[in-house]
Each structure stands twice: as structure tokens, then as C-alpha cells.
Design a protein around this ligand. Structure first.
Ligand code: XMP
Length: 517
């Protein structure tokens, strides 16, 4: 029987290394069509078995004339599926099917005016002239046989071409970026009108399918999940719980590096609001002992990571026979992408619990591995999770240890906890908590002179860090209103014993990073 679920209507994005590849997938998903990225090096068989209704070829930093430039999988056009080539994708189609791609010394970069001459196909419902975003070096000089030009710009006479009999379409510009205002319509015309996807993929349908999948995978076995209280592990726990109920046990390791009241709040949320089985192990003493005297940031990270695995393993044993580990791995972490260095598959793996599955010989349950962060948030809301849980700012695995520059001691942790709670409270009360990506306090290894009442003081300095960001990869310092900054400084100096100076960090990433260590 044919599978007609929304999940079966898929678009495959073949990645040739463009910085915009993820955006293509996101735009397609935003219109309710499921889409996944594969590196261009996968063979025809894998493409076939994915079962897409159409394929989009991404752009690339390469020129098709360059040595080692990525190529289409052998026999690609035998698949007979609708194809949309974007930029490099267009040049590859042209070169592979006998057209001519000319080398160009100059790049065409920026906004361009697209004149559409034939709207049947990609441009249905668009105006005769549209703003589009160009970013390419080479250009098409002769179309392959069977293709017609359907749009042009001042610099690119063949800005769009099609072979409607074979359902092969190609465009020189980038429809996936915001600078092409009607780009989503073009992608929708391809996915829905040309490939026949209905657009019924929603977080609701994803949830149903995923719950079934988890039930099938896990059967009657037991699953353990390391809880951090962050969005990913919370949503992951909720979905696994929905699938298998009390076969799931969550474990919160309190490493003593959490924020003020954090462990208690996470426990309350899980037990009382979500009714999920959860255990908390207070291992603060173990972690603090291991961290004693360590000043180097990387050593701190490694020590915490290693201890986490030790403690988690020990605690997991107490639960009994467990066969699976559930993890909130997200899609950007698993995409095998063609890097700028060449078409070799790279998998990012910077997970805090990365060493666990191997050591514990556990199977993995990763219900979020196909989702982007904002989709995880939508999924959480779909399941009825509290907004305050869903919109929590990210918090690093090594916790406050990498926000205390120098020695991590109980006294310094307490001091930072108090200062950090004030930053969070003031950012929330100013209504800025969701606007900024992260906002927190950092304890510096610096003492300075101050005066309180008639007394000279010689106390610690605290830095306030608040950044705006889309994904944490790049960031800018948040332009917090002066009165919010003033209030934060005032409250910290008055209420936190041992602090007499507060500074604001105005560095962007790069060249700085978000965390100080
Ligand atoms: P940086 O400091 O590299 O941080 O600009 C980027 C984002 O990653 C978080 N971060 C970490 N998260 N383990 C984590 O789970 C870590 O070791 C770690 N270091 C940084 C940081 O909070 C920011 O969101």
C-alpha cells in the first residue's frame, strides 16, 4: 500500500557545501514539507531508498571547473525525479547535460532584478519582475538541449531555465535567503506543484510518527535519560515519556555547577508538572573535589565530562537493567555536510554525554535528531510544555565552572550564583529574556578598590555578558538599555557580599566567544 502520510512526502537536499544548505531545508519544512540534507557524495542507492518526491541541488563554494569540485552522483538523472538546481546546482545540471558553463573572473554578488518570461513552473503567482539575491562566479552560456530560459537578470541572461517535460528546473539566484523576498514561493512551487507534496507535515504529525517509532524501537525495555533542564533534554524526555511512560527514567546529575535553585526547579517541573520519573544525584562534592586547583578552561571541561560519565554510569546501575540511552541530539549536530575543504563527510559531535553510549553499551534513542532548535521548541509547545521550559536560554554543560575564571571553589560558586540570579531576574523583568540569546554573570579573578559607606573595600569584579545570536555560532553584544545595566550593577554590588565592581562585556563573537572560557 502506498504510504501517504505527511512524512512520506519528502524533499531531499543534496549538499555541495553551500553555507545556505540548511536554509533550503528549513524553508521547505516551513511550508509543511519534510526535507533532509544529504552530502553530495552519497550514492544513487541511498538517494533512491530515502524515497523523496524531488531533489534540490544546493550551491557550493566551488566552481564546476575547479579540480576536485563535487559532482552529481553517477546516473543521477536516471532517477527520473523532479530536480531543482540552485546556483552551483544549476551549473552542474548544465555541465552534466551538455550545456556550457563559462568561467568568470568577477562574481555577481548581491541584489538583482529578475525578469520572468515564463511563469509556468517555478514562478507561478509571482510578478513579472522580482528581487532576487545572487552570489555566483561562473555563468551559463549555452543551455543543454531540451531546456528553455524562463527568466533573466541584467548580468545573467540565463538566470532560470527549465525542461518541463523532464521536470528539471534550475535557477542562478538563491531563493532560500531572506534577500529573495518571494523565494519561499518559488520553493513551494517546486515542492508542492511540481513534486506534488501536499504540505501536511507539522509538529503534530511528527510527534505521532516519532512516538510510534520509539515504541517500536524500545519495545518493553528500559530507557535512561540524562537531564540538564535545558530545552533539548526536556523535550526529548517528554516525547520519550509520551511513547513509553514509566519505562523511562530521567537522571539529573547535580554537579554543583548549576545556577541558583536550578536542580530543585528541574525536579519540580519533572515530577509535578510533567509526571516523569526522575532521580537527582547530588554529586557536587565529587565534582568540586575533582576541580580543585584547576584553572585551565579545557582541563575544567575534560574533568567535568569525565566525572559526569563516571557518576552517570554508577547511578544508572542502580536503576537496573537499562537498554537504551535517550539523548536530545539535534539535526545540525548530525548533518553530514560537505565542508569547504572538499566533499568529505564531517559529523559534528560536541555532546557533553558523547562518551556515554559507547562506555555503557547502550542503544540510542534520539527523537530530535531530525529537528532544528526552533522546531524542537514548537514540538515542546505542541506537547503542552510550559513556555518557561521551552524558551530557556542555553546553558553550557560545564556550567558555572567556565564562568568562574580561575579556581572553582564553593565560596566563588556561591558568589557567582547570587550575581547570576540578579542578572536573570533583571533581564526577565525588563522583558528582554527572550530577545537576548544568553545573559549571565562571570566572576573575574580580579580585585579592585572601592568605597562603601566610609570604608575602603578591596573586592571581586563581576562581568555581565548578554549577547544576541541566531545559533550561537556568531554573536553580538546586546545593546541593553543603560538603566537595565545600571540596575543590575547596583543590585549586585549591594546584595552580593564580596563584589564591589560590575563591568559590561562589549565584545562580539568572533573574535571573542560567548562564554569566557
Ligand atoms: P562559545 O563560548 O563557544 O559558546 O561562543 C557557544 C555556545 O555554546 C555554549 N557552550 C557550551 N555548551 N558545553 C556545552 O554544552 C560546553 O563545553 C560549552 N561551551 C560553550 C555556550 O553557552 C553558547 O551557547
Amino acid at each position: 500500500m502506498a504510504d501517504n502520510t505527511p512524512e512520506s512526502e519528502k524533499i531531499l537536499v543534496l549538499d555541495f557545501g553551500s553555507q545556505y544548505t540548511q536554509l533550503i531545508t528549513r524553508r521547505v519544512r516551513e511550508m509543511g514539507v519534510y526535507s533532509e540534507i544529504f552530502p553530495c557524495t552519497i550514492g544513487l542507492e541511498k538517494i533512491r531508498s530515502f524515497g523523496a518526491r524531488g531533489i534540490i541541488l544546493s550551491g557550493s563554494p566551488f566552481s564546476v571547473h575547479q579540480k576536485g569540485a563535487p559532482v552529481l552522483p553517477k546516473g543521477f538523472f536516471e532517477l527520473g525525479l523532479p530536480v531543482l538546481g540552485i546556483c552551483y546546482g544549476m551549473q552542474l545540471i548544465t555541465k552534466s547535460l551538455g550545456g556550457t558553463v563559462a568561467k568568470s573572473k568577477d562574481r555577481e554578488y548581491g541584489a538583482a532584478q529578475l525578469q520572468i518570461t515564463n511563469k509556468a513552473g517555478l514562478f507561478e503567482g509571482l510578478a513579472d519582475s522580482e528581487n532576487v539575491w545572487m552570489s555566483h562566479g561562473d555563468r551559463i552560456e549555452k543551455l543543454p538541449d531540451g531546456f528553455e530560459t524562463v527568466a533573466s537578470t541584467g548580468n545573467s541572461p540565463f538566470a532560470a531555465m527549465q525542461n518541463s517535460a523532464k521536470k528539471i528546473y534550475a535557477i542562478q539566484f538563491h531563493p532560500e535567503v531572506a534577500h529573495t523576498p518571494n523565494g519561499a514561493k518559488i520553493l513551494a512551487n517546486f515542492a508542492k506543484k511540481i513534486c506534488g507534496c501536499s504540505g501536511g507535515w507539522t509538529m503534530k504529525s511528527f510527534l505521532q510518527t516519532e512516538v510510534e517509532r520509539i515504541r517500536k524501537q524500545v519495545g518493553k525495555d528500559r530507557v535512561i535519560l540524562g537531564l540538564s533542564g535545558g530545552v533539548d533534554s526536556t523535550v526529548c524526555a517528554a516525547i520519550v515519556h509520551q511513547a513509553i511512560g514509566d519505562q523511562l527514567t530521567c537522571l539529573l546529575i547535580d554537579n554543583g555547577l548549576l545556577r541558583k535553585n536550578e536542580a530543585r526547579q528541574v525536579m519540580e517541573n519533572f515530577k509535578e508538572k510533567l509526571h516523569i520519573k526522575v532521580r537527582c544525584k547530588d554529586a557536587s562534592a565529587v565534582f568540586l573535589k575533582a576541580l580543585k586547583g584547576i584553572k585551565d578552561p579545557e582541563k575544567k571541561r575534560k574533568t567535568i565530562g569525565k566525572k559526569f560519565i563516571d557518576v552517570f554510569q554508577r547511578e544508572a546501575k542502580k536503576i537496573g537493567r537499562v537498554k537504551y540511552l535517550a539523548q536530545g541530539t539535534l539535526y545540525p549536530d548530525v548533518i553530514e555536510s560537505v565542508s569547504f575543504k572538499g566533499p568529505s563527510a564531517v559529523i559534528k559531535s560536541h555532546h557533553n554525554v558523547g562518551g556515554l553510549p559507547k562506555k555503557m553499551k547502550l542503544g540510542l534513542v534520539e527523537p530530535l535528531r531530525e529537528l532544528f532548535k526552533d522546531e524542537v521548541r514548537q514540538l515542546g509547545l505542541e506537547m503542552g510544555l510550559d513556555e518557561t521550559l521551552i524558551h530557556r536560554q542555553p546553558f553550557p554543560g560545564p556550567g558555572l565552572a567556565i564562568r568562574i575564571i580561575g579556581d572553582v571553589t564553593p565560596a566563588r560558586l556561591n558568589l557567582l550564583r547570587e550575581a547570576d540570579a540578579i542578572v536573570t531576574a533583571e533581564i526577565k523583568s525588563a522583558g528582554l529574556y527572550r530577545e537576548v540569546w544568553q545573559s549571565f554573570a562571570v566572576l573575574l579573578p580580579v580585585k579592585s578598590v572601592g568605597v562603601m559607606g566610609d570604608e575602603r573595600t578591596y573586592e571581586n569584579a563581576v562581568a555581565v555578558r548578554a549577547v544576541t545570536s541566531r545559533d550561537g555560532m556568531t554573536a553580538d553584544w546586546a545593546r541593553l538599555p543603560y538603566d537595565v545595566l545600571g540596575k543590575i550593577a547596583n543590585r549586585i554590588i549591594n546584595a552580593v557580599a564580596g563584589v564591589n565592581r560590575v563591568v559590561y562585556d562589549v565584545s562580539s563573537k568572533p573574535p571573542s566567544t560567548i562564554e569566557w572560557e
